[in-house]
Design a binder for this molecule. Structure first.
Ligand code: AMP
Length: 396
């Protein structure tokens, strides 16, 4: 069966058409500037990227653009719409309502809407994508795959904040965690690659991309994760601050004459390694600047690594040990220096990095020596394939 995987943002729509038998992406693409003017990038498997300037006034236009690209005579990959057997949607926030992926029904749409307050930038956009698909492809089953669902197994001690309990009761203020599809996919695959029994394993997954989070996966279940009510908590990221003393918000607001929204904007968009370095949110730029002697770029990387190390150490304590530490996402898969810096803190766990193996990029591999007490691995994430797998499991 061919599965269309959709990841909708407020003005963008990423898609992949995946053949569930071969698990190959037949085409990948991105619609941008929806509601402004419109651009569609489409790449068929083995073919060249095609860029189309299309008037995309809304997400329905974008879906129609995607379908016509998929069926195009020259660069299309299917002949008829009926070849698409199901649609899988990434939905960012499922609150406490969704502990796993679900077939989309009117009740499910209403329940996702109820989670809108928890992810005001993301969930409404995800719903627009769902509604646009319903309008364009009525009758094709759609599945919602939630970023938060994998972490719903966290125990109360990991998800409650030290706040008045009524905020949890009334407003569901708690840790939810994100990147769940990635943490789930990568932990399962890591167990296979490392030769561990998933149901009897302690795995720490470091999803280090522009957004970054770490999770503790005990016997295949998430027991803790670094992102919280929103993706702002935890690690220092490309542009997000991660953990800070909450009093800083009031202090900076007063000093800089900024309102709450403005300070939150700084924490989300101007902080992280971008804010620390003043150079870039991209680690490739930081590396270049650091090599040229930029002190702030060097510091930003050290501060980033130190936070990663503290979370890993915390999760080793939480699980009373660890069998494997796994790196994934843009930085985790590609940056050998960051992996080396992180691993250098874990001599006490018997981590012995194999420098040659660590030189790989974007490939599945154990990067420690055979003698290493704790295994460290690189496992590329593939959220789209994970969504396609969830979708097929539900519609079959
Ligand atoms: P993601 O959000 O998973 O796409 O990851 C994006 C981030 O990964 C970028 O901002 C870079 O910091 C990092 N990254 C991607 N490719 C490389 C690379 N080849 N070397 C170092 N860092 C990389």
């Amino acid at each position: 069966m061919k599965i269309l995987v959709i990841n909708c943002g407020s003005s963008s729509l990423k898609y992949q058409l995946i053949d569930s038998d071969t698990e190959k992406a037949l085409a990948v693409g991105l619609c941008e500037r929806i509601g402004i003017d419109g651009k569609l990038n489409h790449t068929p498997d083995g073919g060249e990227k095609i860029t189309l300037e299309l008037p995309l006034k809304d997400h329905k236009d974008a879906i129609e653009g995607v379908l016509s690209a998929l069926m195009n005579e020259k660069y299309g990959v299917i002949k008829e719409l009926s070849e698409i057997g199901a649609i899988g949607h990434r939905v960012v926030h499922g609150g406490e309502k969704f502990t796993k992926s679900v077939l989309i029904t009117p009740d499910v749409i209403a329940a996702i809407e109820e989670c809108n307050d928890l992810a005001p930038l993301h969930n409404p956009a995800n719903l627009i994508g769902i509604n646009a698909c319903t309008a364009t492809m009525p009758g094709v089953p759609q599945v919602a795959v939630f970023d938060t669902a994998f972490h719903q197994t966290m125990p109360m001690k990991a998800y409650l904040y030290g706040l008045p309990y009524e905020y949890y009761d009334k407003y569901k203020v708690r840790r939810y965690g994100f990147h769940g599809t990635s943490h789930s996919f990568v932990s399962k695959r890591a167990a296979e690659v490392a030769g561990l029994d998933l149901n009897n394993s302690k795995i720490i997954v470091c999803h280090l991309g522009n957004g970054a989070s770490i999770s503790a996966v005990h016997n295949g279940k998430s027991v803790d994760t670094s992102m919280g009510l929103t993706p702002l908590e935890g690690l220092i990221m490309g542009t997000r601050s991660g953990d800070i003393d909450p009093s800083i918000i009031e202090y900076i607001g007063k000093k800089e004459g900024k309102c709450l929204e403005e300070v939150m904007g700084v924490l989300n968009k101007k902080s992280g390694v971008l804010g620390l370095s003043g150079v870039s949110s991209d680690f490739r730029d930081l590396d270049q600047a650091a090599r040229a002697g930029n002190e702030h770029a060097i510091e930003a990387v050290e501060v980033f690594v130190y936070r990663v190390v503290k979370y890993i150490g915390g999760y080793v304590a939480a699980m009373n040990g660890v069998d494997a530490i796994v790196f994934t996402a843009g930085l985790g898969e590609n940056d050998k220096k960051i992996r080396e810096m992180v691993c250098s803190y874990f001599g006490y766990l018997g981590v012995e990095l194999d420098t040659e193996k660590n030189a790989i990029r974007g490939k599945e591999q154990v990067i420690t020596t055979d003698a290493s007490k704790t295994k460290v691995l690189v496992v590329p994430t593939n959220e789209e394939l994970a969504i396609a797998r969830e979708t097929i499991a539900i519609v079959k």
